[in-house]
Design a protein around this ligand. Sequence first.
Ligand SMILES: O=C(O)[C@H]1O[C@H](OP(=O)(O)OP(=O)(O)OC[C@H]2O[C@@H](n3ccc(=O)[nH]c3=O)[C@H](O)[C@@H]2O)[C@H](O)[C@@H](O)[C@@H]1O
Length: 455
Amino acid sequence: MPTTPDTSKTMKLERYNSYLRKLHSTKLLNASSKFLFRVTLLIALVLILFFTITYPPLSDNSHPYRRHQHHSFLSTSLFSGSSLVGGASWEKQVRHSSTPRRLNGFSVLVTGAVGFIGSHCSLALKKRGDGVLGLDNFNDYYDPSLKRARQNLLSKHQIFIVEGDLNDDALLTKLFDVVPFTHILHLAAQAGVRYAMQNPQSYVRSNIAGFVNLLEVAKAANPQPAIVWASSSSVYGLNTENPFSERDRTDQPASLYAATKKAGEEIAHTYNHIYGLSLTGLRFFTVYGPWGRPDMAYFFFTKDILQGKPIDIYKTSDQKEVARDFTYIDDVVKGCLGALDTAEKSTGSGGKKKGPAQLRVYNLGNTSPVPVGRLVSILEGLLGTKAKKHVITMPRNGDVPFTHANVTLAYKDFGYKPTTDLASGLRKFVKWYVNYFGMEPTKSIKGTQRADGSS
Ligand SMILES: O=C(O)[C@H]1O[C@H](OP(=O)(O)OP(=O)(O)OC[C@H]2O[C@@H](n3ccc(=O)[nH]c3=O)[C@H](O)[C@@H]2O)[C@H](O)[C@@H](O)[C@@H]1O
């Protein structure tokens, strides 16, 4: 009988060898995985360090920073402030300022809140119990100290201003993360008709890129806010119909400023159409009053007359007087609030349209144009001083010869009815002016002016 060879020793040996092989390979594996682990850890640490330095977290209070440091090409010239954004106390201020104090009150993000119209609207909204959060970049198009003074006034009424730019999408997104705004009153813009020839890019950055950025954030927000925003009477450009109606043509802008505002109206149409954003554009007609803009004629005429400097009064090339439908700030504020009150909700959410949404455009003017010469006569009377007048032909600078609003539509939809004539409005402006700049009121402008603009 063949004997079965005794394999038990060889098998043991083989098992032992395979055990050694496994042990060896496990050690190798352990060694290599340790190495890999360390390398990965190192890379991760380097990456974390890189991103922490480059993109500090918004909510990290221990890293206060200028909001705009890492942002795009747009940021450099647009940011002027040094807002410290993020952190629990910042969020608390943002929430507190935005919280309405009346039943069914609004929570409104006001852009350009320390601007002329923005500051007046913010106060009016807050006074009636709405929540208001301001956003402003405090740029130096005109003296930022006036903007700081308006900010002080707003802060006395518990309105918090976030210092930042429309083009800062991270900041805007953060604001919408913190507050479910019901409305945006978008008044931030590069204003002024003639300055567009000196600095055209600033108009593109604010009035087009900035507006698109705001709409992008608004469209993605949940809930989407309703938006009321500042267009301009300048969109009527070379329109010859009189008075200007919203149905008139607006495809002949005379300045780049007007062209960017007109572009805004077209962009509004697009965002309404694609995303269901509720959008209302307000065409303001040469708004003036206390806390006004120093770049506007009524303001610098006042300054120049008081300082005995000459002023240029434009006439058209066919020797006609140039006229404007000057509109008093309080009337415009009522129009802005009326537009907000009648704005329907946006229909989309999270960037998706759910149904058709409201799209509106309104004239907000005074309905009675006044020649610039007459404006100067009123100022002379109020200031008790004769102006040194240079009547010259209007340079080709983007100005239009006249403006005149038909406001039937705004009256029909939200009862807009201007009630302040130019003489009464300028009287209030001059009172504010002499008080603000610390001058002695002349006989004709006697009376005191409180800091909030009321007499
Ligand atoms: O309502 C509007 O759409 C626009 O109103 C104003 O623009 P404008 O009407 O040109 O206001 P001012 O710059 O204050 O000029 C008022 C009038 O004074 C005239 N003017 C201006 C400057 C000057 O040295 N002399 C002069 O006669 C202008 O031609 C104009 O008729 C604002 O500056 C714009 O931001 C706004 O969009």
